[in-house]
Design a protein around this ligand. Structure first.
Ligand code: C2E
Ligand code: MG
Ligand code: MG
Length: 611
């Protein structure tokens, strides 16, 4: 290898800071040594440390070498040929046959002066030779040249020749890293595919030189945009050194931005991007407008793989260009107002509990006979900064999809227990409070510990807490569910089956579950007493519940006629707007205080004929 290549590539490898201190970044490369003689590796390491190298991987057993090479990013391998466990030739052959390792630079160390061994090593793909005993300056020179040569080729293979931007290969690697990093960061990763047709047109009209000039200016603008503080979001710890910009084809660039709060922010970035690229570029005598078409794919929403994101963004850019109306387009065909809102909500829901945006409303549960308050159900609401108070139907499914339901469920349980304990402390009675448990919470394996801890912290008596489970979560894993239910009841809490009749309970299993309460779903109540079918179903469910030793609650009682029906069928308890909608904690506490003054909860006016 000639020294010219070293000088040439070294110049290319030094940036301004390095040049000032004259420390070559090549010195940071990892040098690996495979030699059975510890003395030899120590000696070589000492020589190389003197030359400024500081990263070493050493093994005296060549059989470990392939694994090490795969794990460590090795810049150069110094390989002994004569080793008892495995010869250097064999290892070299294995390296060259390995798809991922085949380009590793290998300097062969040989004690023999004969040409045969050298020739054989050369044929097997050795990059260079060193004779033992090694000469310090010779060693330094060979290692440096080999590293420089390798780096030079790596650069050539990864960078676009005109702009110096990363090429598709390097960009895809960066994208893969960012996608992997995405699991740990908040926000969206946006992949912009940017087509500038002018780059091709100019080549046809003014020639390649002019096209290159335009392309270079656009590349610099793109780089500036990607590192602009108002674009680079502080929400994430960026993936170090991952390329953010690339030239993907003669008329195409790529841009990656991570940690974006909402699709609306992505849209704002796309608008800025289009405006920035459209500013005129002077090429020779001409002012050229590099008008761009931008396609945008978002991770994780448009797919999580590099391939899916790339294809999605490219296709969207083409569609934008074909339609010719708006300069940018999202990859998801249905990224309309509704899904945009859904995605935005999902991002905002993260940490909503921590920001104090969630609150609980409490709906009284009453005895059908006597209208006594026997408990309440805690129902979560999201006090959204823009949309106001949102019912759970608008965000619980999102929390489930995004894996946030356990965090929310834990908050709900903690808050409900704390508030119920506070009411008890104020002398408002030993009221039972029910919380809804989601499937994920039930399946996660820490529900028992969570309940125990919540009771301990809140000071609420265990018999005051009711957990509402649903049929589907019990039927999915009967054995596991049964064990968990027994563990929960051992803690002293009560279990209830919610929305009964909407799932697929096996009655055979139901009889084994330690459930104390069964709640009839509102859908069977709505048409009472008019619907003969519903009358029959509700009657049957009440009987079933009683026969299995459960108390039965009817949900969604809105009329006195419905309540009269329940009275007739011997239903135990009810919840519904007839008596009260779910109330904010303070209002519910006031209602409790009223009930406390009157031993029987004030009956609904309709029931007393005062309505
Ligand atoms: P659910 O547990 O069956 O709760 C009863 C729902 O029926 C509540 O709706 C309640 O406001 C409503 N409701 C009660 N009485 C009447 C009535 O007379 N008429 C009508 N039309 N509706 C009535 P909400 O609060 O919107 O909650 C809906 C569902 O969201 C709940 O159904 C429950 O499945 C879920 N949910 C609520 N809070 C939580 C929570 O903290 N965690 C989980 N995982 N789910 C929750
Ligand atoms: Mg419920
Ligand atoms: Mg229900």
């Amino acid at each position: 290898m000639s020294h010219d290549i070293w000088a040439l590539s070294q110049a290319g490898e030094l940036d301004d800071d390095d040049a000032a201190t004259q420390r070559s970044p090549l010195l940071d490369a990892k040098v690996m040594m495979v030699d059975d003689e510890p003395l030899m590796t120590e000696l070589i390491q000492t020589h190389l440390e003197d030359a400024g190298y500081r990263n070493f991987v050493v093994t005296h057993d060549p059989r470990e070498a392939l694994d090490l090479l795969r794990r460590e990013e090795v810049g150069v391998l110094l390989l002994d040929l004569m080793m008892p466990q495995m010869s250097g030739f064999d290892l070299l052959q294995a390296i060259r046959a390995d798809r991922d390792l085949r380009y590793t630079p290998v300097i062969v160390l040989t004690a023999t002066t004969g040409a045969d061994a050298k020739l054989r090593a050369l044929q097997l793909g050795a990059t260079d030779f060193l004779s033992k005993p090694v000469d310090a300056s010779e060693l330094g020179l060979r290692v440096r040249n080999t590293l420089a040569y390798h780096q030079y080729h790596k650069r050539q293979a990864n960078l676009d020749g005109v702009t110096g931007l990363p090429n598709q290969r390097l960009f895809d690697r960066g994208l893969a890293q960012m996608v992997a990093n995405g699991a740990r960061v908040r926000g969206l990763l946006a992949h912009f595919s940017i087509t500038v047709p002018e780059c091709l047109h100019l080549r046809e009209s003014l020639g390649q030189g002019s096209a290159d000039e335009l392309t270079k200016v656009l590349a610099r603008r793109l780089e500036k945009f990607a590192t602009d503080e108002s674009v680079a979001t502080p929400m994430v710890t960026p993936v170090e050194q991952a390329p953010r910009t690339a030239r993907l084809a003669a008329d195409q660039f790529g841009l990656l931005i991570e940690g974006i709060a909402s699709p609306r922010d992505v849209e704002a970035l796309a608008q800025r991007l289009v405006a920035m690229l459209a500013a005129p570029v002077t090429v020779g005598q001409h002012d050229i407008h590099g008008s761009a078409w931008v396609g945008i794919a978002l991770s994780p929403t448009d797919g999580i793989g590099v391939e899916a994101l790339r294809k999605g963004a490219d296709l969207a850019a083409r569609q934008a260009q074909q339609r010719g109306m708006v300069r940018y387009q999202f990859a998801s065909a249905d990224l309309n107002a509704q899904s945009l809102r859904k995605m935005t909500l999902g991002l905002q829901l993260r940490g909503a509990a921590g920001r104090g945006e969630l609150e609980l409303h409490y709906q009284p549960k009453l005895s059908v006979v006597g209208n006594r308050m026997v408990g309440c159900e805690a129902l979560v609401r999201w006090n959204h900064p823009e949309h106001g108070l949102m019912p759970p139907g608008e965000f619980i499914f999102l929390a489930e999809e995004l894996g946030l339901i356990c965090e929310i469920g834990t908050w709900v349980m903690g808050s409900a227990c704390r508030e119920a304990a506070a009411w008890a402390a104020r002398g408002l009675g030993h009221l039972k409070v029910a919380v809804n448990v989601s499937k994920r919470q039930f399946q996660r394996g820490d529900l028992c510990a969570c309940v125990q801890e919540t009771l301990r912290v809140s000071g609420l008596a265990a018999d005051q807490l009711v957990l509402e489970l649903t049929e589907s979560m019990l039927m999915d894993d009967v054995a596991g569910g049964l064990e968990l239910m027994h563990a929960l009841t051992r803690l002293g809490v009560t279990l209830s089956i919610d929305d009964f009749g909407t799932g697929y309970s096996s009655l055979n299993y139901l009889k084994h579950f330690p459930l104390s309460e069964l709640k009839i779903d509102r859908s069977f109540i709505t048409d009472l007493p008019g619907s003969a079918a519903d009358v029959a179903i509700v009657r049957a469910i009440i009987d079933l519940g009683h026969n299995l030793g459960m108390s039965v609650v009817a949900e969604g009682i809105e009329t006195t006629a419905q309540l009269a029906c329940l009275q007739q069928f011997d239903c135990d308890h009810y919840q519904g707007y007839l008596y009260s909608k779910p109330l904010p904690a303070a209002k519910f506490a006031a209602l409790l205080a009223d009930c406390d003054r009157m031993p029987v909860a004030a009956p609904h006016p309709a029931l007393t004929g005062q309505a």
